[in-house]
Write a protein that binds this ligand. Structure first.
Ligand SMILES: [Zn+2]
Ligand SMILES: [Zn+2]
Length: 294
């Protein structure tokens, strides 16, 4: 993914002012063409650099070792030239190569791929063992990634945690969110939350006993009715079956009237029930889907 890279003018200017590298070497090092370097040099009013130097070192490794000084903690300090961006450079003959690359080659016995820089906390460290190239960094990042938790898609962990914190049982949460109670138990253990012995809420049990599944995923109410509405009395309190069902799948109180949105008369299937908030949300979504396309 090599995108557009602006000309590093300041770095080129710094190298030109240092006067130690040829235009060709500066061009190679900064990734621009030689005429670009020449143009910047002329703009700055600097003299043409000397063409090359007498070879001082027999090999690039010798040139590297002469400026690499081991320090405490296994780090290696660079006392040689640096670019304007502070990158350590090995000067060898009329060339200049990254000290990181030379150190990497010496340590790993292979050419680095991509970009090399130190992974230790010592800025500019040129210890071969502290340098990483692109594939090494990618491998480290992969290893550091947390193991993906298995579980049915669509039930976010945060929802399970929310119900756990409200003190519901694994079975209740599993049923309410349609997820495996064992997954709920695992998350409970991870969070160090106490187990809830009670497995079914009494009101929910009373409600469930008065329902009968119908074709199409609907739920028929077999209990009593008041003015057409399915109702039940539990522990001396009167409830509408809609309100109890709504509480089984939502973490909030219903707003306004609750009605089945499925078209099945007086269906009490919890996921088929809509309050004003749900109706408004659906209307907004439909408007944004179909209204915008129109
Ligand atoms: Zn280091
Ligand atoms: Zn229904």
């Amino acid at each position: 993914m090599s995108g557009y890279r602006p000309v590093p003018r300041e770095e080129i200017a710094a190298l030109l002012r240092a006067g130690q590298l040829t235009e060709t070497a500066i061009a190679e090092q900064t990734g621009v063409s030689r005429p670009t370097v020449a143009k910047i040099r002329k703009t700055l009013g600097l003299p043409a650099p000397r063409l090359g130097h007498a070879p001082r070192y027999a090999t690039v490794e010798d040139a590297f070792r002469d400026h690499a000084h081991p320090t405490a903690g296994g780090h290696v300090e660079w006392t040689g030239v640096r670019t304007g961006c502070d990158a350590p450079m090995v000067r060898y003959r009329s060339d200049s190569v990254s000290a990181y690359r030379v150190a990497f080659q010496l340590h790993h016995g292979r050419n680095p791929q991509g970009i090399v820089y130190p992974t230790c906390e010592q800025p500019g460290c040129v210890a071969g063992a502290h340098l990483a190239d692109t594939p090494m960094r990618q491998a480290t990042a992969r290893a550091a990634q947390p193991v993906r938790r298995s579980g049915p898609p669509g039930v976010p962990r945060s929802e399970i945690i929310a119900l756990l914190r409200e003190g519901h049982s694994n079975r209740y949460i599993g049923r309410t969110l349609r997820t495996n109670p064992l997954r709920v138990a695992r998350i409970r253990a991870e969070l160090g939350l106490p187990a809830i012995v009670q497995t079914v809420l009494p009101l929910e049990e009373a409600w469930r006993a008065r329902t009968r599944p119908a074709d199409g995923g609907h739920l028929e109410w077999t209990g009593s009715r008041r003015e057409g509405l399915p109702v039940l009395t539990h522990a001396g309190e009167a409830y509408t079956a809609y309100r109890v069902a709504f509480g089984l799948v939502h973490d909030r109180e219903p707003v306004g009237r609750i009605r089945p949105g499925c078209g099945f008369p007086r269906c009490v299937a919890p996921s088929h029930l809509e309050d004003r908030v749900i109706r408004q949300t659906l209307t907004t979504q439909l408007t944004s889907i179909f209204g915008a396309a129109a």
